[in-house]
Design a protein around this ligand. Structure first.
Ligand code: PXG
Length: 451
């Protein structure tokens, strides 16, 4: 298109990146990347391939989303068929069969009692949807003064206004002004002094949930709509909840009539060995936000699961009224629903939503075997997630050592995500033990060499 509009502009080949490229890359070091790009041309199963044909094991499921592995045939075929059958149809005052079918399939997997679902297109949209539903729920029940939203330090809830506001990452918040007002945060749960090198849930820190009582004391429960937390805070370096912490948070919310939202954008879809993290931890929230693995990332989609009681609170008033004045053009998009149904089929056929139960011990021991390598200050794990935290380099920006690890791993045949000085590993759930060995061997080689 470009060359026809302006014949002087040469369109780069797909593998080519220009230093002054038009593309503003999200959450990236644009100038650093464009000088030395790392490009991916195709993917299959556990592996990415560069345009030059180099194979890379996918150590973080893309961005924690390709849970069934790449280009899975059933999902590819479902999307190909759907795009030629019904490309788009609204879900505002119209329906198409797949969206109703998909919602039923999801209800069957969701924690008991969270049987209603609202579709979005991303984790960020799921979060902002859940926050709005929480405020609307209280208002529908005659508690319209409950408008305050509580997040947690070091939480990541996407990048829309509500999610950025309840999120607890200063670097994501500081550029964007006042965000949403009426927000406060409880303390994060990370405590390396007491919990470094914990296997699974750490022993110390359940009492940090009591920080919610402090905010109730400050603001009064009657002003608080909801608390949102990730069961495992993944993006800020894999912060695993201390034993008893989530249970205590649930009890405090119940005591004060505050809705508990679990942001399961990463912890759902088998990452911990159960369909949802809530089922793994045995703690049931009032709302769950999801995205990513819901379609194996083939087509963008997110969802908010809510308790029947939340749904029912809206089903009042005249029948000829819109109960929930909220939704996206693409809520329940036919391609996403087709991808989602085929994804759930693939998960079921291969037992992927519970497979991590079999792999978790092997994974944990391989991760902790890296202890003692240079600069490794902590290793954490849960389900099919591991984090290796590195000491930062004196006088250099936080993350400089981990960035080098990412770049070197790419050269050695592994794609790994880093956050600050943390290497975060969360491969597709189809990974075999030999591939776990392959991934950790590359990480070991990188850490052994890294200054
Ligand atoms: N909530 C949580 C818990 C997330 O992890 C979002 C919301 C936002 O989802 P969308 O689809 O709007 O991006 C996320 C996203 C990383 C990384 O490497 C994590 C995310 C996205 C990109 C990178 O940690 N999580």
């Amino acid at each position: 298109m470009n060359d026809r509009a302006n014949p002087q502009v040469a369109v780069p080949a797909p593998s080519q990146v220009l230093e002054d490229s038009a593309f503003l890359m999200p959450f990236s070091m644009n100038r650093q990347f464009k000088k030395a790009p790392r490009m991916i041309a195709r993917a299959e199963g556990m592996y990415y391939y560069t345009p030059e044909g180099q194979r890379l094991i996918d150590g973080t499921s893309g961005l924690w989303c390709v849970n069934a592995g790449h280009c899975r045939p059933k999902i590819v075929a479902a999307v190909q068929k759907q795009v030629a059958t019904l490309d788009f149809s609204p879900t505002f005052q119209l329906g198409h069969p797949l969206v109703f079918e998909f919602a039923e399939r999801l209800r069957a997997l969701a924690p008991k009692g969270l049987g209603r679902v609202f579709f979005t297109n991303s984790g960020s949209e799921s979060v902002d949807t859940a926050l709005k539903l929480a405020i609307a729920y209280h208002r529908a029940r005659g508690e319209g003064q409950r408008i305050r939203l509580i997040g947690r330090e070091r939480g990541y809830h996407g990048v829309n206004f509500g999610g950025t506001a309840v999120g607890g990452i200063v670097g994501n918040r500081k550029l964007f002004g006042a965000l949403v007002t009426g927000v406060d945060h409880i303390r994060h749960t990370h405590d390396m002094a007491r919990n470094a090198f914990s296997r699974g849930q750490p022993e110390h820190g359940a009492e940090l949930a009591d920080d919610l009582e402090r905010l109730v004391g400050l603001h009064d429960a009657s002003t608080i709509a909801a608390v949102i937390v990730e069961p495992v805070a993944c993006s800020t370096g894999v912060l695993v909840p201390p034993k008893g912490y989530l249970e205590r948070l649930r009890a405090i919310c119940d005591k004060h009539g505050i809705l508990l939202i679990f942001d399961e954008v990463i912890t759902a879809w088998g990452r911990l060995g159960q369909p949802f993290g809530s089922q793994y931890f045995g703690v049931t929230p009032d709302l769950i936000t999801a995205a990513k693995g819901i379609t194996n990332a083939t087509v963008p989609m997110g969802a908010v699961f809510m308790k029947d009681s939340v749904y029912e609170a809206f089903m009042t008033g005249p029948e000829r009224s819109v109960e929930m004045p909220h939704g996206y053009t693409y809520s329940g998009h036919p391609l996403a629903c087709a991808a989602g149904i085929a994804t759930l089929d693939t998960y079921a056929e291969e037992g992927l939503l519970t497979r991590v139960g079999e792999l978790a011990h092997y994974w944990q021991e391989k991760a902790h075997a890296l202890k003692g390598l240079p600069n490794v200050v902590d290793i954490r794990n849960i389900g099919l997630i591991a984090a290796i935290e590195l000491a930062s380099r004196p006088g250099e920006p936080l993350g400089s050592r981990a960035l080098d690890a990412h770049i070197r791993a790419f050269g050695k045949g592994a794609y790994i995500r880093v956050a600050g000085e943390v290497i975060a590993l969360a491969p597709p759930l189809i990974i075999e033990k030999a591939q776990i060995d392959e991934l950790f061997q590359i990480v070991r080689d990188v850490l052994s060499e890294l200054a």
